[in-house]
Design a protein around this ligand. Structure first.
Ligand code: GDP
Ligand code: MG
Length: 362
C-alpha cells in the first residue's frame, strides 16, 4: 500500500485525478484547502486543494519473487500483501477519530481516552461507555456521575472467586501452570505458608519441574523453612504414589515447569501424568508485566487441561492493568489471587475487584 498527495484546482478535479491516477479503490485519508494557509504561500499552490490517498499499486503484487520490487524492496516484517487496509487506515486515525468512528459522542471522548490509556482495548472501552450511558438515569439530581457508573459497571463484570476452597472429604489438589518466570514456584510457597502456618492445614508441595537444575531445590528450601513436605515426580506412577502417600493432607500444591506458550505439547504430557489423580483444580499463573498476547497464548496452550482460575503475579511491577481487565472479560476465567512482591509468605492477597478498578484509574 502506498500513500500519495494529489493537488488540483478544486475537489471535484482532485477526486477525478485520484481515481484516474490511483484507481477506483483508492482511499481518501485527508483533504485540505491550501487557501486556508494564507496569501503568503510562495509555492504557487495557493487556492488549490490537496487530497491524501492510500492505494494499492497495480501489478506490483503480481511480479514473481526475485523480480522488480521484491529485489529492491527494503526488508520488512509484514509483507504488503498481508496488510489489512481497513485496519491500517483505522490505525492512522487519531484516537478521537477512532472513538468517533466507533460511535461515541464528543462528551464521551475524555472517558474513552482515560480507559484506553489505562490499557483497556478500544472496543471494550467503547462498549463500557455505551452500556454506562444506557444505565444513567437522565438528568436526575444527585444521581451518580458517569465515571462512578463506569467504575461500578467494570467492577460488576469482573469475576473473582476468592481463595482456594478446601474439600472436606478429600485432599484438594491444585496444579499451577504458566509461562517461565511467571512466579509459579514462589506463589506456591506463599500459598503453602498461608494454609499451613496461618490456617493450620496439612499441606504438601509436589514439583513436576524436574528438568531444570535447581528447580526442585527452590521448592525444597521453602518446604524446609515452613516444615511442609516437598516431593518431586517424573512419571505418572511416581506422582500417583506421592498423592497416595499424602492422602491425609488437606491441600496438595503441584508445581510445573515453565514453558513458553509456543510449546503446545507440554499440556498433553501433563494430562498423561495427572491421569490418575481424579479431580484437580488448575490455576493459570500470569505476570501482569508480560505482553498481553502471552495471556491469550497461554490460555490457548493450557485449555486442554481445563483452566479453573487465573492468578496474576507481579502486581507491584505492573505499569498497566487494563490488559488484566481485557483478559478477564474475554475469557471469563475467575481471578483467584494477586501477588505483589518477592517476599514469602506475605506478598499475596485474594484477588478483589476494587483493587483492579483502582489500579486502572490510579
Ligand atoms: N516483583 C515480583 N517478583 C515476583 C513475584 N512473584 C515472583 N516473583 C519473582 O519472579 C521470579 C520468578 O519466579 P518463580 O516463582 O521462580 O517463577 P516460575 O518460573 O513461574 O516458577 C523470581 O525472581 C521471583 O522472586 C511478584 O509478585 N512480584
Ligand atoms: Mg518454577
Amino acid at each position: 500500500m502506498r500513500i500519495k498527495k494529489i493537488l488540483a484546482k478544486n475537489y471535484s478535479e482532485a477526486l477525478t485525478q485520484v481515481k484516474k491516477e490511483l484507481g477506483e479503490d483508492a482511499l481518501i485519508i485527508s483533504t485540505r484547502s491550501l487557501e486556508s494557509d494564507g496569501p503568503s504561500r510562495g509555492d504557487g499552490h495557493a487556492g488549490m486543494v490537496e487530497i491524501t490517498a492510500a492505494f494499492e499499486p497495480s501489478g506490483e503484487n503480481d511480479k514473481p519473487v526475485g523480480e522488480g520490487r521484491s529485489r529492491r524492496a527494503e526488508p520488512s516484517l509484514i509483507s504488503e500483501d498481508d496488510l489489512d487496509l481497513k485496519a491500517l487506515i483505522f490505525s492512522l486515525l487519531t484516537r478521537t477519530e477512532r472513538a468517533q468512528s466507533l460511535g461515541l459522542k464528543p462528551h464521551q471522548f475524555e472517558t474513552y481516552s482515560r480507559l484506553v490509556e489505562g490499557g483497556l482495548s478500544e472496543r471494550l472501552a467503547c462498549k463500557i461507555i455505551e452500556k454506562a450511558s444506557s444505565e444513567k438515569p437522565a438528568g436526575k439530581p444527585g444521581s451518580q456521575s458517569e465515571s462512578q457508573i463506569i467504575k461500578s459497571l467494570m467492577k460488576r463484570v469482573l469475576l473473582c472467586k476468592g481463595e482456594i476452597q478446601l474439600d472436606q472429604k478429600r485432599t484438594k489438589i491444585v496444579l499451577f501452570v504458566g509461562p517461565t518466570g511467571a512466579g509459579k514456584t514462589t506463589t506456591i510457597a506463599k500459598l503453602a505458608a498461608d494454609f499451613a502456618l496461618r490456617q493450620n492445614k496439612k499441606v504438601a508441595m509436589v514439583t513436576l519441574d524436574t528438568y531444570r537444575t535447581g528447580a526442585v531445590d527452590q521448592l525444597q528450601i521453602f518446604g524446609d523453612i515452613m516444615q511442609v513436605p516437598v516431593a518431586s515426580a517424573e512419571s505418572r506412577n511416581e506422582l500417583k504414589a506421592i498423592v497416595q502417600k499424602h492422602a491425609d493432607k488437606d491441600l496438595l500444591l503441584i508445581d510445573t515447569a515453565g514453558k513458553s506458550p509456543k510449546e503446545r505439547t507440554y499440556p498433553d504430557q501433563l494430562k498423561v501424568m495427572l491421569n490418575d489423580l481424579g479431580q484437580f483444580e488448575t490455576q493459570l499463573v500470569l505476570s501482569v508485566t508480560a505482553q498481553e498476547k502471552i495471556f491469550q497464548e497461554s490460555v490457548k496452550q493450557y485449555s486442554p487441561l481445563g483452566i479453573d482460575r487465573v492468578l496474576f503475579t507481579k502486581m507491584d511491577e505492573g505499569m498497566s492493568f487494563g490488559p488484566l481487565f481485557n483478559f478477564s472479560l474475554r475469557t471469563r476465567i475467575p481471578l483467584s489471587y494477586f501477588t505483589m512482591g518477592q517476599k514469602v509468605p506475605e506478598d499475596i492477597e485474594v484477588a478483589n475487584r476494587e483493587k483492579v478498578i483502582k489500579l486502572i484509574f490510579n
